[in-house]
Design a protein around this ligand. Structure first.
Ligand SMILES: [Zn+2]
Length: 278
């Protein structure tokens, strides 16, 4: 769905926001720039929903990125020296283990559409790019009923397909249970969203999810309480929706991380130049 960016802004409101610096090699493609100081690695987390075209009885929305455009966007990053990053490598880097290259991208998909296996994985394989998919576990094997009337209804992957995505290098992580924004939930309900989804992934895929993505990017009204609940549930990081790049070594609140909202025809030059850096 269309991102409520205010949720992201709430998430980083107390943090210092700066435009992405030329000094870390994020330039317009026709610019020349020189490093004059060591820079710390920067990570851009790309947030997609659906790769491919809408179903025949559906309609086109901004959340659909064609396979051709998806491929062109990954090519854009690769040709400018960005390296593809795995979930595990990012988690290690956030814990101070393992080095990152100067510019890394983590590719993520929200809502776990079944079509990812057919449409996104071949492109990922071509780039040897790992990725992450955030699954709302109440809807596994069903449809995106939480989007009813806003987005076309599409199949959400079942556990077998999610297992195949895992085998293809797409790490299955939690997008909550019922796909509700946290602002509308009590603290007990928030804890259930975090726990139920993590338990379902554990039971069906035999893995402990360490990453969470807030549905709608909505991290709730009491960030301190949400932050504690996420840690208690066993997650290492939680992703917002929208925002800019971040520096793993200099991120004051590693649990709440920004993502670049990706869709068709995004202006990546402008997006990265204007990107707040958390
Ligand atoms: Zn979602």
């Amino acid at each position: 769905m269309t991102p409520p960016l205010q949720a992201f802004n709430r998430g980083i409101s107390e943090l210092q926001k700066k435009p992405a610096a030329h000094a870390r090699g994020i330039f317009k493609s026709d610019e020349t720039c020189f490093y004059d100081a060591p820079v710390s690695p920067v990570v851009a987390t790309l947030s997609y929903h659906k790769i491919g075209n809408p179903p025949s009885d559906g309609w086109l929305t901004w959340n659909y990125t064609s396979t051709e455009e998806f491929s062109a966007q990954l090519e854009w990053f690769q040709s400018r020296g960005w390296d593809f990053l795995s979930a595990e490598a990012l988690l290690d880097a956030l814990k101070g283990m393992g080095a990152l290259s100067a510019k890394s991208i983590l590719i993520t998909f929200d809502d776990a559409y079944e079509s990812l296996l057919e449409n996104a994985v071949p492109v990922l394989k071509r780039f040897s790019a790992p990725a992450v998919v955030f699954a709302p576990t109440q809807f596994i094997g069903e449809t995106n009923l939480f989007d009813h009337g806003v987005e076309p209804l599409e199949r959400i992957a079942d556990w077998k397909t999610l297992g195949a995505l895992e085998d293809s290098g797409v790490s299955v992580e939690s997008h909550g249970y019922s796909h509700r924004g946290f602002s509308a939930l009590s603290q007990d309900e928030i804890e259930q969203e975090l726990d139920f989804s993590r338990q379902a992934i554990r039971k069906n895929l035999g893995k402990d999810s360490r990453m969470f993505a807030f549905p709608y990017g909505d991290c709730g009204n009491d960030q301190t309480a949400v932050h504690s609940a996420i840690s208690r549930a066993g997650y290492d990081v939680a992703f917002l929706y929208g925002g800019g790049v971040f520096e793993p070594g200099q991120t004051p609140a590693p649990l709440f991380l920004p993502r670049l909202a990706m869709g068709p025809s995004v202006d990546l030059d402008a997006m990265l130049l204007e990107s707040p850096r958390v």
